[in-house]
Ligand binder design. Structure first.
Ligand code: PGA
Length: 252
């Protein structure tokens, strides 16, 4: 049995005080839900304040990115050594990082290796562009991304993968549950080729891209989909709590 995991990717939203308020709004209700791992990924600058708020809480924290060196002259970057005291998870290879910050497969592979070595649990994002989807290249693209990211990785069941079709992110145009389930099943088979059947059967694979309280059931009722990486809807306390609650109900 894979423990479902819902992560909120707040992206570049919220000041520290807004982030604290958002956590205060959802904390009590989110803590009551059982059987779902709950992860909040606020901006770096809010991690410390939120960590304080979540002492002794089952709600976990994640970062949205990290650099692939432990320390040194890399002005403005944040290393896994700095993060490991603050959070448990780190999102890597998000399509916005690939697109706007030119992160390539090699960089993402280096980040993944260092994250695991440092004791952070990665949420590795993969997904195809609209034109790739329309050209029937989805499987080629995600297969390449998964294999490239996992080169030289020790098989670890702590790995989480998020399948996020780029055309579905922030657009309100989500994939269908069946479509997402098929691609996620395919990703699990690719992961099995690299990490072995047992690890691939144990790792959690999320769907991401315009997930809301209204379409949670469509995705989470699919057998291959172990959770969601939620952007916009994770900034609304009641909506995020509803996504987590529905997941608990569907997967119990
Ligand atoms: P969205 O973002 O839910 O706003 O589409 C998801 C993500 O980018 O992780």
């Amino acid at each position: 049995m894979r423990l479902p995991i819902i992560a909120g990717n707040w992206k570049m939203n919220t000041t520290v005080s807004e982030a604290v308020t958002l956590v205060q709004e959802m904390k009590a209700t989110l803590e009551q839900v059982e059987g779902v791992e709950r992860v909040l990924c606020p901006p770096f600058v809010s991690l410390s304040a939120i960590k304080e708020l979540l002492q002794d809480s089952p709600i976990k924290l994640g970062a949205q990115n990290m650099y692939f060196e432990e320390k040194g002259a890399f002005t403005g970057e944040v290393s896994p050594r700095m993060l490991v005291d603050l959070c448990e998870y780190v999102i890597l290879g998000h399509s916005e990082r690939r697109q706007y910050f030119r992160e390539d497969d090699n960089m993402i592979n280096k980040k993944l290796k260092l994250a695991l070595k440092s004791g952070l649990k990665p949420i590795l994002c993969v997904g195809e562009k609209l034109e790739e989807n329309e050209a029937g290249k989805t499987e080629d693209v995600v297969s390449h991304q998964v294999k490239a990211a996992l080169v030289g990785i020790e098989p670890l069941k702590e790995l989480v993968i998020a399948y996020e079709p780029i055309w579905a992110i922030g657009t309100g145009r989500a994939a269908s549950g069946e479509q997402a389930n098929n691609t996620i099943g395919f990703i699990r088979r690719i992961a099995a080729g690299v990490l072995g059947e047992n690890i691939a059967a144990a790792i959690r694979i999320q769907y991401g891209g315009s997930v809301t309280a209204a379409n949670t059931a469509e995705f989470l009722s699919q057998p291959e989909i172990d959770g969601a990486l939620v952007g916009g809807a994770s900034l609304k306390a009641a909506e995020f709590v509803s996504i987590v609650r529905q997941t608990a109900e569907i997967k119990k």
